[in-house]
Design a protein around this ligand. Structure first.
Ligand code: FAD
Length: 404
């Protein structure tokens, strides 16, 4: 039997749940199909010690507070899961768990959705299957090497790794938090750093997420449709600290440039470490300058913080960068690739995906009437793939559905 529904939401992560709240607000008949459990990615695709990148007052939906937390603290992943479970209960979200959407095709006036538990027809579909779907590991080191290679998505804690040194590749929030954790646990850590932004955690008494808000950076529009998520090294660890790779080096982590190639047991690195650190500083100082200007322009009385502009000195691994490492000699046994994700929309057999596999849409509204996307990086703005941002995008998308 084929079941009929006005709007079918695929995925019960934060994006699907946000959509549900707005669909209820417009009295739109809907269900959410989830192949695993509600917010599965927060449950099983994060490392054990992960905390949210933004404080509790910010990394949430506007309609529910993190009541169990100090609002300036950073929620653990368990706390994020509890938060969304509570939210789903509060709105009575019509989630069907353990139902995998296998194929969506277009009929005359509806979409036909084949699932692991029967078929549906829907006037609208909202694709909320996540931005970070398939882990990407660059094709650099052959599988037959003796190294254990894992993606940051599968990293849980230091005990999981073999005894010996570890190379972490990728200097976004994941790579930098994992490298720091391994260093703290007395592992010998090599850390390959690419281009990154590294905004201050706090400046002049205000958190980074506050600055991004008042400076209009969260709501910055996509410069070109399909622009990729920019790697930002930011952390809520230890109550939240600014990431400064120089300090990582002074604490014993060996910094390296981008990982280039592997040949005969040797790893080669680009000579770009100094430049990547310098550009990271430029981004950091740029934000301080913009913040100072904002304070001046708006006549705010926020405490001065000149020491934020002092950097510790460069470690020798920065001034004389290592370009080649012999894996056996150094004793590297594991590599953690914190190198991002790609999409997988193979199941979506509707003409809304370009040749490169990316969805074609404007602010989440596809050209094919009735198809919507949520949760993608830069869907409508920089904040689109984050907790608070997806709620705003969901509001827009559902208003579009209501007006169809
Ligand atoms: C390591 C990491 C840390 C992050 N930290 C933060 C943070 O601190 N603050 C913040 O605001 N954001 C953070 N994010 C970004 C973002 O908030 C999360 O990625 C979040 O999980 C995205 O939610 P989503 O609902 O868009 O997608 P997902 O959480 O990926 O949910 C999609 C759901 O769809 C389901 N699904 C997929 N395919 C199908 C199918 N065919 N049929 C049925 N169901 C399907 C999946 O099982 C999944 O449950 C982080 C991201 C990562 C990777």
């Amino acid at each position: 039997m084929v079941r009929n529904i006005n709007t079918l939401v695929i995925g019960a992560g934060q994006a699907g749940l946000a959509a549900s709240e707005h669909l209820f607000n417009h009295n739109i008949d809907h269900i959410i199909l989830e192949k695993d459990r509600i917010v599965e990615r927060w449950r099983t695709s994060r490392w054990d010690s992960l905390v949210a990148n933004g404080p509790a007052w910010h990394d949430r939906f506007p309609t529910l507070e993190f009541s169990e937390l100090n609002q300036d603290s950073f929620a653990s992943k368990e706390s994020v899961v509890r938060y969304f479970e509570k939210f789903a209960k509060k709105i009575n979200a019509p989630v069907y768990e353990n139902v995998n959407v296998l194929e969506v095709t277009k009929g005359n006036n509806f979409f036909l959705i084949k699932t692991s538990n029967g078929e549906y027809e829907a006037k609208n579909i909202i694709v909320a299957t996540g931005a970070f779907q398939v882990p990407v590991i660059p094709n650099i080191i052959p599988d037959h090497s003796k190294l254990d290679q894992l993606h940051s998505q599968s990293y849980k804690n230091p005990d999981q790794l073999k005894k010996g040194a570890v190379l972490v590749v990728g200097s976004g929030s994941s790579g930098s938090q994992i490298a720091e954790e391994l260093n703290r646990e007395k592992k010998e850590v090599y850390f390959s750093i690419g281009p990154h932004d590294r905004p201050p955690r706090r400046y002049r008494g205000k958190d980074n997420v506050w600055w991004l808000g008042v400076l209009g950076k969260w709501e910055a529009k996509t410069p070109n449709p399909g622009t990729q998520h920019v790697t930002i090294a930011v952390s809520g660890y230890d109550g939240g600290k600014t990431i400064d790779f120089r300090k990582f080096a002074n604490n014993g982590i060996t910094l390296l440039g981008m990982t280039k190639e592997y040949k005969n047991g040797n790893l080669y690195f680009e000579d770009d470490l100094k430049m990547n650190i310098k550009n990271g500083d430029k981004n950091y100082l740029g934000l301080l300058n913009e913040a100072d200007e904002y304070i001046k322009k708006n006549d705010l009385s926020l405490p001065e913080e000149p020491e934020a502009r002092n950097f510790v000195s460069d470690h020798s691994c920065i001034t004389s960068p290592i370009l080649k490492l012999n894996i056996e000699k150094i004793g590297i046994k594991s590599i953690i690739w914190a190198t991002g994700y790609k999409h997988d929309f193979n199941w979506l057999k509707v003409d809304v995906i370009d040749k490169g596999g990316k969805p074609i849409h404007q602010n989440g509204v596809a050209e094919t009437p009735g198809v919507y996307f949520l949760g993608l990086p830069w869907l409508s703005m920089r904040g689109s793939s984050f907790i608070w941002g997806v709620w705003k995008d969901a509001k827009y998308v559902v208003e579009h559905i209501a007006n169809r």
